[in-house]
Design a protein around this ligand. Structure first.
Ligand code: CMP
Length: 136
């Protein structure tokens, strides 16, 4: 029985701006993730709004969409056994100040907005988010 999964990872503008993408990618590889697909893009605010639609009623939605569209990002399809949960664990808590030692958000995150990485939160959302960026 195989539980090889794919999940979407985004290296956010704050991390790309600080040129951390290679360092963050090597953290994924060290943990056994394969980077199956990857592209560096700069999305529009409208695309960010579509991507984060699940958060549209939240008070932080507008800032979040402005932020994700503020500069280049790196989007990746990561693959491994239990990729969704393993990526969530590697990223750490949403707010870097609550994240455990050794997690990506603890190491690289600046604030709850500039938290360096996004990762799909379920297998179902991983499929939706991977399609969003990689369906051709
Ligand atoms: P991410 O995993 O990309 O999903 C939604 C993002 O909203 C989250 O990371 C945070 O960067 C951002 N955000 C801003 N404020 C909040 C908040 N109060 N709670 C959760 N996420 C927030």
């Amino acid at each position: 029985m195989s539980n090889i999964e794919q999940t979407l990872s985004i290296i956010k503008p704050d991390a790309v701006e600080r040129d951390l993408q290679d360092q963050i990618k090597s953290e994924f590889l060290k943990k056994g993730f394969e980077i199956i697909k990857e592209k560096k893009i700069h999305i529009s605010k409208e695309e960010a709004e579509k991507f984060y639609k699940v958060h549209e009623t939240k008070p932080f939605y507008n800032d979040l969409c402005n932020y994700l569209s503020s500069g280049p990002i790196v989007v990746m399809a990561l693959q491994k056994r239990n990729a969704v949960i393993d990526n969530r664990n590697l990223m750490g808590a949403t707010n870097p100040k609550d994240a455990d030692e050794g997690t990506l958000r603890k190491k690289y995150g600046i604030s709850i907005d500039k938290n360096s990485v996004h990762g799909s939160d379920s297998i179902e959302n991983a499929k939706i988010e991977l399609d969003f960026f990689f369906k051709d």
